[in-house]
Design a protein around this ligand. Structure first.
Ligand SMILES: Cc1cc2nc3c(=O)[nH]c(=O)nc-3n(C[C@H](O)[C@H](O)[C@H](O)COP(=O)(O)OP(=O)(O)OC[C@H]3O[C@@H](n4cnc5c(N)ncnc54)[C@H](O)[C@@H]3O)c2cc1C
Length: 144
């Protein structure tokens, strides 16, 4: 069983950056993610999807082009939901890959599963004593 100096729960912006930062200090780090994709709300459900859709809406409306250059811009008449949604999943996929590469580059062990603490009183122990385990038990990769 692998042991780590630090087990980070969640691969959102906070978890990813925190885990990477710890490796700069020579720590052996594992990161546990329960969702099917890394990136947390920032990449998968929040910031990136919402801002990409906003940019797409602004682009198709021609608002920015008109404002900046005073050009005549007409809305594409046969615009479909597929056109509208095209860029968002592409971007999200690309950014998930960036997070995965970042974890790999820093040698951070990515563990798939839901992290739970043993109990209310068991805190992470840097010497590798009981600290946290993933659930279900077969996914456990942190010390017992
Ligand atoms: C619709 C929307 C739009 C937003 N727009 C912006 C914006 O424009 N600008 C901005 O700065 N912020 C924005 N935010 C906020 C931003 O997304 C969050 O502040 C940011 O994602 C928080 O990062 P985090 O790493 O703390 O948590 P999260 O991104 O929530 O990541 C937490 C991760 O931990 C995992 N996790 C949780 N518990 C466990 C467990 N027990 N075991 C294993 N994994 C676990 C989750 O699956 C998730 O992947 C937006 C949020 C939403 C919802």
């Amino acid at each position: 069983m692998d042991t780590y100096d630090l087990v980070v729960i969640g691969s959102g912006p906070a978890g990813e950056k925190g885990a990477a930062q710890a490796t700069y200090f020579g720590k052996r780090v594992a990161l546990v993610e329960r969702a099917s994709h890394v990136g947390g709300a920032g990449i998968n459900t929040g910031t990136v999807p919402s801002k990409t859709l906003r940019e797409t809406a602004l682009y198709f409306s021609g608002l920015k082009q008109r404002g900046l250059y005073g050009v005549d811009y007409s809305l594409k008449t046969e615009l479909t939901v597929r056109n509208f949604m095209y860029r968002e999943p592409e971007l999200v996929r690309g950014l998930r890959a960036v997070v995965e590469r970042n974890l790999e580059r820093h040698g951070i062990g990515l563990v798939r599963g839901t992290a739970v603490f043993e109990d209310l009183h068991t805190e992470p122990d840097p010497r590798g004593a009981p600290c946290a385990r993933t659930h279900p038990p077969h996914a456990t990769t942190v010390p017992e």
